[in-house]
Ligand binder design. Sequence first.
Ligand code: BV8
Ligand code: ZN
Length: 238
Amino acid sequence: MTDEIEHIRALIAEAGSVVVLTGAGVSAESGVPTFRGAEGLWRNFRAEELATPEAFGKDPKLVWEWYAWRRGLIAAVEPNPAHYALAEMEKKTGRFTLITQNVDGLHTLAGSSNVIEMHGSIWQVRCTGCAIENVEREAFETLPPVCACGALLRPGVVWFGESLDPGVVSASFGAAAEADVMLVVGTSSVVQPAASLGAEARSAGAYVVEVNIERALGGSVANATLTGPAGELLPRLL
Ligand code: BV8
Ligand code: ZN
């Protein structure tokens, strides 16, 4: 695989614009459980059952207990070499756009500056009544947390069945369409519309590389697949 890594490293070095899409796999080596892996369960619930407006409407306390558990876990971990390698790559590349499906904020913590958080941030809370939005890093005393206006606060993330911010979608697809090289890192490429970004880049002529411990993107999208942990492979692309 070394000559393949060599080839991809050269493509990145001479690329005018590089786009990277990351998913939960890029934070796995920091100790953050992925969604679809075996450890992706919490009290036997799957993310798709809890990360929905319906679940929140039915049992806001349960949904907030899941988010409070994740916030506590993420607050205790560090970025890993995969996050740091992408922050380094951004510094060395002309035009670099990092699009993440993750809500953990670890890319920003590792020093990445141009980050598009497609699904929002677990550190953001929004009021369901007066729509006030704040970054809240402290653990909440009581769950579900309530706004000064009396309405329930919700996590500032995009749930299944909710639309993404239109500006985020056009910025992400616009960047993919202009990429010379696109890396798709640590995602099962199941969740839409993020999962279509690789195909968008490929059809616009980008060289698409999947970095994953198992193959998730089809050969019609990925020009190359680097199989292994992102924390080991990404530093070798610098
Ligand atoms: C939308 C934020 C328009 C919350 C998340 C039916 C009804 C309604 C909607 C739909 C439907 N059918 C399809 C849809 C669309 C739906 C969707 O895609 N569903 C899926 C399940 C089929 N999408 C939506 O609803 C989106 N909105 O489409 O709006 C609309 C409006 C109304 C009605 C219809 C459409 C909104 C989707 C956003 C959901 N929010 N997160 C939170 O996090 O709490 S998604 C959630 O999954 C996370 O963001 C996560 O990042 C994301 C994707 O998962 P992955 O990141 O890929 O993680 P996963 O565990 O799956 O995979 C990890 C990968 O890493 C694996 O491949 C593994 O091999 C690899 N890996 C592991 N370790 C490593 C590694 N790789 C490298 N190194 C390692 N060490
Ligand atoms: Zn309020």
